[in-house]
Ligand binder design. Structure first.
Ligand SMILES: [Zn+2]
Length: 294
């Protein structure tokens, strides 16, 4: 999965750090990320490690030459991976993308970025960017929020309301019936591969109740033996995906909720497609079922 970057170590703790020339700088505007398009020559000159397949990488501050001071003053510390610090470019306007020699890509590009630590850094950075964008103003009194120097938080200077990052819990569930798994295709989504049933937690629900409700709403069946499988940060939706396995309980007749899904079907183990991707926890569970490990 894209967040499994071992032996690299991710450290999410907020520190009031200043960037160094070798620190990374992430640029986002709406649903786009702006990356450095590099070639083999640049990489050999700068002694970078792996050249990503599509030539897209996260730029370092030193890449920006005379713009370094301006970018340093308009940056926000995000996290570190090993000894590398990552910052967010504040007030970035994509109209300036060209002058900074950056390439704008839809955020979905994270699925194709390598190494995994790049994909992970882009998605975690995007999550924090989205939070800052959506919390510019205090939700209680409407004043402009200020960024805390001591923790990852926004503080209202007028009423002292504190806003912490928003992480929305969502469940995803692999539903099986003996040698069959229930695969779906989401309606109105750019994601074309088979998916599992998933959905956001409602206030007052347990995760297990969330699984049972979501399954019944989306595909009209009941499930039992709901068991925790694992979890994955999913910054594209400001979410954490909490994955479960569950078994069919009773009638296997599928009734799809057409607003959410375009297709849903029981698929025999030997007919489960090879996805050639292990980006998401849903894809991992589908592949494990195919291999008889789930
Ligand atoms: Zn306020």
């Amino acid at each position: 999965m894209f967040h499994e970057i071992y032996p690299k170590i991710f450290d999410p703790e907020y520190l009031n750090k200043q960037p160094l020339p070798d620190s990374y700088l992430l640029f986002f505007d709406k649903s786009y990320v702006f990356l450095q398009k590099t070639d083999a020559e640049y990489h050999s000159e700068n002694a970078c490690t792996d050249l990503p397949e599509n030539g897209l990488s996260i730029p370092k501050f030193k890449y920006f030459g005379e713009n370094i001071d301006r970018l340093t003053q308009n940056s926000y510390y995000l996290f570190s991976i090993d000894d590398d610090d990552y910052f967010l470019a504040l007030n970035f306007d994509s109209d300036k993308g060209d002058s900074l020699q950056l390439t704008g890509e839809k955020i979905d590009i994270f699925r194709k970025l390598s190494p995994k630590s790049t994909a992970f850094a882009v998605l975690v950075g995007y999550h924090i960017y989205t939070w800052l964008q959506n919390r510019k103003y205090c939700g209680r009194c409407g004043s402009v929020n200020l960024r805390s120097d001591t923790e990852r938080a926004l503080i209202c200077p007028r009423c002292s309301q504190i806003e912490y990052p928003r992480i929305i819990p969502a469940v995803i569930v692999a539903i099986t019936d003996k040698d069959n798994i229930l695969l779906t295709k989401r309606a109105n989504s750019s994601y074309k591969l088979p998916a599992l049933v998933s959905g956001f937690l409602e206030i007052g629900e347990t995760l297990e109740e969330n699984v049972k409700r979501e399954v019944f709403e989306e595909v009209g069946i009941r499930v039992k033996n709901v068991k925790y499988y694992g979890s994955q940060p999913w910054g594209i939706a400001e979410a954490v995906m909490i994955a479960f396995t569950a078994e069919l309980d009773g009638d296997n007749k599928i009734t799809i909720e057409e607003n959410e899904l375009s297709e849903a079907a029981w698929v025999k183990r030997q007919d489960v497609p090879i996805l050639n991707s292990d980006i998401s926890i849903g894809q991992e569970m589908i592949q494990k079922f195919r291999e008889g490990k789930l």
